[in-house]
Design a protein around this ligand. Structure first.
Ligand code: CMC
Length: 428
């Protein structure tokens, strides 16, 4: 491949060096474009723009491939644990047995939050959505984290461990508050996932009974969410971090970006859609017709992806676990059946085939979370716990680049041209 690309026209001759990649598309470096030609690039939704170089996650959307640090998602889901995968995503290599034991220990020792934070959590209205509660909890955590707000390697390390350790505690406290139930202290004799399940569903009065299948299914679900390169929330984390803002502020921004229904909020929206189909008595065929009719503005939630133009590999793995969890717990089998019917109908329909719309990670995940006992409002919080290592790794990668610039896109102005101020008594 040539190492530069030339564009000529409109009186300009502009040469763009090619930025090579290990896998996937290479890029053109357009950093001199505006200065040389007077033109900026225009890329709605940044669909064609690489905003950074990154060594964390690789996706081939046409082939349905996802790898963290080179390791295929299928192998990690089969053999790894969430904490091991978090280590891999953040530090770049699989840990040795000693490194993993030390990492797990460091996390385990940081699971508690300041007592005043538990009290603060009681101030949130019971009906508040757990996503803004989590985002607020993260900002609150930053106010209790004087020694890990700085830029020294030690401070960044401390913040990394505090975030991985405490976010499940904050998530569980938000949930317990919504139920008006006691917020349990973490039990550090338990694994990361067990601890979270007990803090979410346990009571101080009795021992919590674990189901290995559920613990493992949640572990796998979190692994599947651990990173996904420059998606909306991760780009938000990087953009906030690029101003020099600390990791807590950046990750809280990521939680807020994730909450939208086109992103992580889709897992809640899918289950609401399935329940609405069920309650209205409409057939799957009719619903698909409504989705295809653009005038309705209805989307098939949990379908389609900016990058995947093939089956989302995460959805395929989740689907395998759906049955196991539902066999154990009384999940919404009725909704699972509607989901399966919808998938069949869509995959055989020209509208979806032509646009390469396949089930994404959110299509089946909510149904499993629901079978585990989580209310739909908690689904995106679970996504956030899973995505945390990715946000941290991406923030750290940004910080480790001494040449990193503040993120500051251009615009193409289409508002009124210059005009003169009209005094109020002269206005119609
Ligand atoms: N239902 C119906 N039509 C769709 C859908 C859908 N779910 N997704 C895309 N399309 C159509 C879209 O209307 C457009 O049609 P046309 O070419 O006729 O204008 C075409 O497919 C291309 O879609 P797009 O909107 O240009 O694609 P995008 O890359 O900008 O958007 C997306 C990607 C994920 C936002 C979109 O597919 C979507 O809204 N899906 C539903 C929400 C969802 O499930 N989000 C979760 C995404 S995966 C996990 C995550 O990121 O959190």
């Amino acid at each position: 491949m040539s190492d530069s690309v030339r564009i000529t026209g409109l009186g300009h001759d502009f040469e763009m060096p090619v930025v090579g990649s290990v896998d996937g598309p290479a890029g053109f470096d357009i950093s001199r474009l505006l200065a040389t030609t007077g033109f900026t690039s225009y890329d709605d939704g940044l669909a064609n723009t690489a905003s950074t170089k990154s060594a964390i996650t690789y996706i081939d959307g046409d082939a349905g491939i996802l790898r963290y640090r080179g390791y295929p998602i299928e192998e990690l889901a089969e053999q790894s644990t969430f904490l091991e995968t978090a280590y891999l995503v953040i530090y770049g290599e699989l840990p040795t047995a000693t490194q993993l034991a030390e990492w797990e220990d460091r996390i385990r020792r940081k699971t508690m939050v300041d007592e005043r934070m538990r009290e603060f959590f009681r101030m949130f209205p019971r009906r508040s959505h757990p996503m803004p509660v989590l985002a607020s909890g993260l900002m609150m955590l930053s106010t209790f984290s004087f020694d890990s707000l700085g830029e020294s390697p030690r401070a960044i390390e401390k913040a990394t461990e505090r975030l991985i350790a405490k976010v499940p505690t904050l998530a569980a406290y938000g949930y317990k508050n919504s139920r008006g139930e006691a917020m349990l202290y973490p039990d550090n004799s338990l694994s990361y996932i067990e601890n979270f399940l007990r803090m979410s569903f346990g009571y101080p009065t009795e021992a919590y009974a674990f189901h290995d299948e559920i613990t493992r299914a949640l572990d796998v679900l979190l692994i599947l969410h651990a990173d996904h390169e420059q998606n909306c929330s991760t780009s938000t984390v990087r953009l906030i971090g690029s101003s020099g803002a600390n990791i807590y502020a950046s990750v809280a921004g990521g939680v807020n970006a994730l909450s939208g229904p086109l992103h992580g909020g889709a897992n809640q929206a899918v289950v609401e859609m399935l329940a609405a189909i069920k309650d209205s008595g409409i057939s799957v065929k009719e619903y698909v017709q409504q989705v295809k009719d653009k005038k309705t503005g209805i989307k098939l939630m949990g379908f389609g992806h900016r990058i995947y133009k093939n089956y989302d590999p995460r959805a395929a793995i989740i689907k395998q676990h759906a049955d196991a969890v539902m066999n154990l717990k009384a999940g919404r089998r009725d909704l699972l059946e509607i989901a399966q019917e919808l998938e069949q109908a869509a995959l055989g329909d020209d509208y979806f085939v032509e646009r390469k719309l396949y089930p994404n990670v959110d299509f089946y995940s909510g149904l499993i979370y629901e079978a585990m006992g989580f209310p739909k409002e908690m689904f995106t919080v679970l996504f956030a716990i899973g995505r945390l290592p990715g946000w941290i790794a991406q923030w750290r990668e940004l910080r480790s680049n001494p040449k990193a610039k503040i993120g500051r896109p251009r615009q193409i102005y289409v508002g009124p041209a210059k005009r003169e101020y009209v005094p109020i008594h002269e206005r119609d």
